[in-house]
Design a protein around this ligand. Structure first.
Ligand code: FAD
Length: 372
């Protein structure tokens, strides 16, 4: 354990954390678990009270299921699953109405229970979990980071490293880098009703007349979930109505009751899939770093990036430059996977052609991957 005593910043002597992890989503909980398991003193700070709500389709692809087993040593517990439990893959309809089927074993979860279970696992391994606590500021000085936390009170902690896994919110990252994350707005509704589609699949629609990004349909515990994503929030209602009409005409959708509607944000991934890795002793992982696969599949990328960031810290703690270099090296295959996935979507649908990664390696070399 890093029982380092510190008088930095003129504060009273107190134990310093090896790492403070921001956000108990899949990325943050994975990192906190790995670090605690490796004997590091870790604080996992989560803004919301757990279990917290996260707008999501809740589809774990095969890769995510494997990562859960590898990193957490267990399968997803029954309490996190919803029906139909087994997801059998994704069906994309492109801008010309052509269907592409990707058959693959997957699972259907409620994110609140799944993420809570991940965070509890990190806690069991020794991470200090504090929910209802926001990180409001990180300041690197004299070989450490001073972190201001706000819950029922405001106080500061010190850590050798901070791993920012705050998700799309981005307020902490903005304070550190000044960068604004581009985003798309998602809007989805949960409904009772009927439809002539197999509930075991996740359906994505890439026609520009139905959304400014994608539209989707899936089933969770007998509820029909319908969503659209837009770049301009004012167009939500316009596209959502069009999507409903399309689903009524093509797939016999009949909604008897809308139970819930929710808006959220998702990073707008740019060509070359740029990643923000780190600023000094503050590393970024998961969505806030830019790890997101096409059509919003982000749990696997979040977990994997955070796992690599945590291991890079463990391996090279004494030298932030080495941590960064190692983190970038470890995520090479993940970023390659992301680019290939986006490339696939670009080849399927004209509106995504800008994501064609023909010169991805060049962009990478020219600084498409932002880091210092
Ligand atoms: C509509 C929609 C559908 C999706 N469907 C899927 C899907 O089916 N499958 C899939 O794999 N992915 C899906 N995604 C993407 C997936 O939800 C994200 O990519 C994933 O949650 C990213 O994980 P993360 O840990 O980086 O961030 P998050 O899961 O967002 O976790 C970040 C955490 O940080 C906390 N936080 C934020 N700021 C602070 C702060 N200042 N201090 C402390 N805590 C803070 C937040 O409260 C949150 O709990 C979907 C996304 C959307 C919007």
């Amino acid at each position: 354990m890093g029982q380092v005593l510190s008088k930095r910043f003129g504060m009273e002597e107190k134990d310093m954390f090896d790492v403070i992890v921001i956000g108990a989503g899949p990325a943050g909980s994975t990192a906190a678990k790995v670090l605690a398991e490796r004997g590091k003193k870790v604080l996992l700070a989560e803004r919301c009270r757990l279990p917290r709500y996260k707008s999501c389709s809740g589809v774990l692809i095969r890769k995510t299921m494997d990562l859960v087993e590898t990193y957490f040593g267990e399968k997803v517990p029954p309490q996190a699953l919803c029906t139909p439990v087994d997801n059998r893959g994704m069906i994309f309809t492109n801008d010309k109405g052509k269907e592409y089927r990707f058959e693959q074993e997957g699972q259907n979860v409620w994110r609140s229970s799944f993420d809570h279970w991940l965070a509890q696992n990190a806690q069991k391994c020794g991470a200090v979990l504090q929910d209802g606590v926001s990180v409001v500021k990180c300041l690197e000085e004299a070989g450490a980071v001073r972190v201001t936390l706000q819950g029922e009170r405001t106080w500061t902690e010190e850590a050798e490293y901070v791993l920012d896994c705050e998700g799309i919110t981005g307020a902490v990252k903005r304070g550190i880098t000044g960068e604004r994350q581009g985003h798309v707005t998602t809007f989805q509704t949960f409904n009772r009703g009927k439809i002539d589609l197999d509930p075991h699949y996740f359906y994505a629609y890439l026609q520009p007349e139905l959304s400014e990004y994608d539209a989707w349909f899936n089933v969770k515990d007998d509820l029909l979930v319908l969503g659209v994503s837009v770049k301009n929030q004012e167009k939500i209602s316009f596209y959502y109505k069009r999507f409903l009409s399309y689903m009524e005409e093509r797939h016999g959708l009949k909604i008897s009751e809308q139970l819930k509607a929710e808006k959220w944000l998702m990073p707008h991934i740019r060509p070359g899939c740029p990643i923000t890795y780190a600023r000094g002793r503050i590393l970024f992982a998961g969505e806030i770093a830019g790890f997101l696969n096409p059509m919003g599949e982000g749990i696997s990328a979040g977990m994997e990036s955070a796992y690599h960031a945590a291991n890079a810290i463990v391996q090279h703690k004494a030298c932030p430059q080495d941590v960064l270099a190692d983190y970038m090296e470890r995520t090479k295959s993940l970023t390659g996977y992301m680019r290939r996935q986006w490339d696939l979507v670009a080849a399927m649908a004209e509106p995504f052609v800008e994501m064609k990664n023909v010169d991805g390696t060049e962009r990478f070399k020219q600084g498409g991957d932002r880091h210092k």
